[in-house]
Design a protein around this ligand. Structure first.
Ligand SMILES: C[S@@+](CC[C@H](N)C(=O)[O-])C[C@H]1O[C@@H](n2cnc3c(N)ncnc32)[C@H](O)[C@@H]1O
Length: 277
């Protein structure tokens, strides 16, 4: 699906209480030539109005609608991203000894590993873990908990997983417990206060929240820490980079996959009195 079309639909839908849109098409591994739009809704959202708006924004002929978040779950297959395998509970998986297997129920929330933005963030966590201890990790827009859980399994000292969606918070807590790391994963509805900051901040949310959260996320990144942003289209890279750099960080990496992008930023505007951690 052309990026412009998806962006227009996202912009229109946002005002109606849609938390975000996911498009599943050839780019995300769909093989039947169709595109499926999944709208993540606020509880009580006016589904009929949203559907009418989205149908006007996107040519319906190419789209299978799925306004129920669990509708795509039966298609879920194990996904491999480097040494990380994300699989539904019970799916058969052949894993090398050094693989990390995340068993996540994709019916509960967004984050089964198949979306390019999730894969880009998994790669960022893996790169960070290869460089050294992960320390304290903040996972904003945790969904199933996939990124925070991976960080915990890679040895993070503590993980705070935040999501505005209660179903996602329940899923993230359940998945952390199922992997034996619940005591290191705190699940919250809001960002924690910006006290000593996090060594790694992960935010795979959508463009609107990324815009709104620039200062909040930069100030929650510890001196010397990294901030990973995804959920943005390639068309939004320059704008978001400018916004986050103005808030006090420097972009150190841009990666693109299909229409999607990921930015990695290092915090820069730290009060000299705070000193390095
Ligand atoms: C694209 S999903 C990402 C899920 C998972 N982190 C992944 O990488 O696959 C985005 C998640 O962000 C949540 N979200 C949207 N706006 C948010 C906000 N302002 N603060 C926290 N979470 C938010 C949504 O509820 C959704 O679960």
């Amino acid at each position: 699906m052309p990026a412009g079309q998806r962006d227009a639909a996202e912009a229109w839908a946002w005002g109606l209480g849609v938390q975000g849109l996911e498009v599943r098409d050839a780019e995300t591994g769909r093989r039947d030539g169709r595109a499926q739009v999944i709208a993540w809704l606020d509880a009580g959202a006016d589904v009929a109005a949203i559907e009418a708006t989205l149908r006007a924004a996107l040519p319906a002929a190419a789209i299978a609608w799925a306004l129920e978040d669990a509708s795509w779950a039966p298609d879920a297959q194990p996904v491999r991203v480097g040494a990380v395998i994300v699989a539904p509970p019970g799916a058969a998986v052949e894993a090398a000894p050094d693989a990390v297997v995340l068993r996540l129920d994709p019916a509960l929330a967004f984050g089964d590993g198949a979306h390019p933005t999730t894969a880009l963030c998994i790669e960022a966590v893996e790169q960070a873990a290869a460089r050294g201890p992960l320390g304290r990790v903040l996972d904003v827009g945790t969904g199933t908990g996939v990124l925070g859980l991976l960080a915990a399994l890679r040895g993070a000292e503590a993980v705070v997983a935040v999501d505005v969606d209660p179903a996602a918070r329940a899923a993230a807590a359940e998945h952390a417990a199922a992997h034996g790391v619940r005591e290191r994963v705190r699940v919250l509805a809001e960002l924690p206060p910006p006290d000593r900051g996090f060594d790694l901040v992960l935010a795979n949310v959508y463009v609107e929240p990324l815009r709104a959260l620039a200062e909040a996320l930069v100030t929650r990144t510890a001196p010397g820490g990294r901030l990973v942003l995804s959920g943005l289209g390639r068309a939004h890279v320059a704008e978001l980079r400018g916004r986050y750099e103005a808030a006090g960080s420097t972009c150190v990496d841009v990666a693109e996959r299909g229409d999607w992008a990921r930015l990695i930023l290092a915090r820069t505007n730290v009060d000299a009195a705070a000193g390095p951690r």
